[in-house]
Design a protein around this ligand. Structure first.
Ligand code: MRU
Length: 371
């Protein structure tokens, strides 16, 4: 996608520096900064402290982290150490472990001398796959949006509501929930997107920045406004991303997603999840009891970051001194509240049968492994 007319991906390998370049998302939407990651510690910090964020992007970043680690030391011990260091950075999004396992499985089968080149080429492969998966999710999601548009006789825009940022900067490109929006807009379907602010970190501001750069009409709303808008017929469809979806279709996503799903159900509004297959955790069935939910720092809630009138980026305290804070970062929407999962292979029901029909080889592998 473009930033000020220049095409970007959210990460790219710098062959000369033998390092990864990322967009440091901590400063968006106010400041566009590029950061170079050239040690395993840089990679771990960038994922943990959310310089990069979004499930698919942290998976791809971790794969490049393994590649860099293999350049510095391709031994078995270093391979396991880098897997451990990267894996513990963020516990909820399954794409991280998925990418790390894919790297480890390949590299363990190779002599140390071949690992550096193989790891880098696998990281490129994972990044390219992500772009293609998201492009296809957009194609399938576009049809859903077109169907809604076709039922509108007055030419009014299709009104979508989204939570958090499942946009191109949360992936390598396109985004998951935003890919259908970009493709619908480019196909000439009139849209209006309600963008939840998504406290505590306000990833909605990232979504607003993306949509604004692409010329898609949108309004930034408080997290509590969605239910009201739904009751008043202002939302045609909810579409969100996911950090981990279980084999029975329970959807873990940014905190607050569950409340949107409840409100959507109460108002008969379709609730779709844009789901790339690496985000499916085939080893987990019940999302509510089995998915680890990341507990993040209290400062994310007690403070808020923004741009001052003078143009500096600053953090302000919201709560009284000493107030206790809880900050669960994700929640789980049970499958019965989900209208459909929009994957790269098409749309399916949020159920074991639905997912197994679209991804039979992945479902069969889990049965084979006995997990
Ligand atoms: O904590 P974050 O910002 O990494 O959370 C991101 C989300 O919850 C996204 O909705 C999800 O990762 C899907 S991104 C395509």
């Amino acid at each position: 996608m473009k930033v000020d007319g220049t095409p970007y991906r959210s990460l790219w390998w710098d062959a000369e520096a033998e390092a990864l370049q990322i967009i440091d998302q901590r400063w968006l939407p106010h400041d566009f900064r590029i950061e170079q990651l050239d040690s395993l510690e840089d990679f771990a910090l960038a994922i943990r402290d959310m310089h990069v964020r979004g499930a698919p992007l942290i998976g791809a970043t971790a794969a490049y982290g393994m590649a860099l680690a293999m350049r510095l030391d391709p031994s078995d011990a270093a391979l396991q150490q880098s897997w451990d260091d990267l894996n513990k950075t963020r516990p909820t999004a399954i794409n991280l472990r998925w990418a790390l396992n894919r790297c480890r499985d390949l590299l363990l089968g190779l002599p140390p001398g071949q690992r550096q080149a193989a790891a880098l080429s696998l990281a490129h492969e994972i990044a390219e796959e992500d772009v293609e998966i998201n492009r296809r999710i957009g194609e399938h999601g576009l049809k859903v949006i077109q169907n809604i548009a076709a039922k509108k006789t007055d030419g009014s825009p299709v009104r979508l509501l989204t939570h958090c940022n499942a946009g191109w900067i949360a992936t390598v490109d396109w985004g998951t929930a935003t890919s259908p929006m970009y493709q619908a807009h480019d196909a000439g379907v009139p849209l209006h997107v309600w963008v939840d602010e998504t406290r505590p970190r306000n990833q909605g501001a990232l979504t607003a920045w993306e949509l604004g750069s692409h010329g898609i009409p949108h309004s930034y709303i408080t997290d509590n406004a969605g239910g009201h808008l739904m009751q008043h017929g202002q939302v045609d469809m909810v579409i969100i991303g996911t950090d981990r979806t279980t084999c029975q279709g329970d959807v873990c996503n940014k905190i607050g997603t569950y409340l949107k799903a409840l409100a959507a159900r109460d108002n008969d509004i379709p609730f779709y999840v844009a789901l790339p297959s690496p985000t499916i955790d085939w080893t987990v069935t019940d999302g509510i009891t089995e998915i680890p939910i990341e507990d993040r720092s209290p400062e994310e809630v007690s403070h808020i970051q923004g741009r001052t009138a003078e143009g500096t980026i600053s953090s302000l305290q919201v709560t009284p001194n000493g107030t206790g804070v809880a900050n669960p970062a994700f929640d789980v929407t049970p499958n019965h509240l989900v209208t459909g999962l929009i994957t790269e292979r098409g749309i399916c029901a949020a159920s074991e049968a639905g997912l197994a029909a679209l991804f039979p080889e992945m479902a069969a592998k889990v049965v084979e492994n006995g997990s």
